[in-house]
Design a binder for this molecule. Structure first.
Ligand code: ZN
Ligand code: ZN
Length: 147
């Protein structure tokens, strides 16, 4: 994982029309189970990274913005349709699998665990939060004992 303050991390959509970069390590890396993230990506959950907005910039193209709720803008590529970003007034996140190398990051938590679908289970031992990391975890590890 990048750790130096000035290390540049890059990412892109599936077709490459939209490309971005930011500096330094992600501020937060996690899995989100909220319905809104699921709807935006048509997936059972998403893995996101919160980035330093002051160093983040698009180096090619720009995502098409969809306002998914008041104050929340979600971006996707207008050509290939790949979901890319989540932005509200306090943070900017990109989906981890838009990174050129998703191996560079490691999720540390699950958020919105209360909205997790009953038929998806992830056998890591990370904390699960009902909302976000400022709460007390509702659970650490999967719902079921995984052997
Ligand atoms: Zn694209
Ligand atoms: Zn979410």
């Amino acid at each position: 994982m990048n750790s130096a303050k000035d290390d540049v991390t890059t990412g892109r959509c599936m077709c490459g029309d939209v490309r971005y970069e930011f500096r330094g390590p992600p501020l937060e890396t996690g899995h989100c189970h909220c319905e809104s993230c699921r709807r935006h990506t048509s997936s059972s959950f998403v893995t996101y990274i919160v980035v330093d907005r002051t160093s983040f910039r698009y180096t090619s193209g720009k995502p098409v913005i969809y306002v998914s709720s008041p104050g929340v803008e979600r971006g996707h590529c207008g050509r290939c349709g790949a979901p890319i970003s989540y932005e509200n007034k306090s943070e900017l996140a990109v989906y981890a699998c838009t990174l050129d190398d998703p191996n560079e990051v490691a999720p540390t938590m699950h958020v919105r665990a209360d909205e997790q679908l009953p038929w998806i289970e992830i056998a890591d031992h990370l904390p699960r939060y009902e909302f976000g990391k400022r709460d007390t975890p509702v659970r650490v590890g999967p719902r079921l004992e995984v052997k």
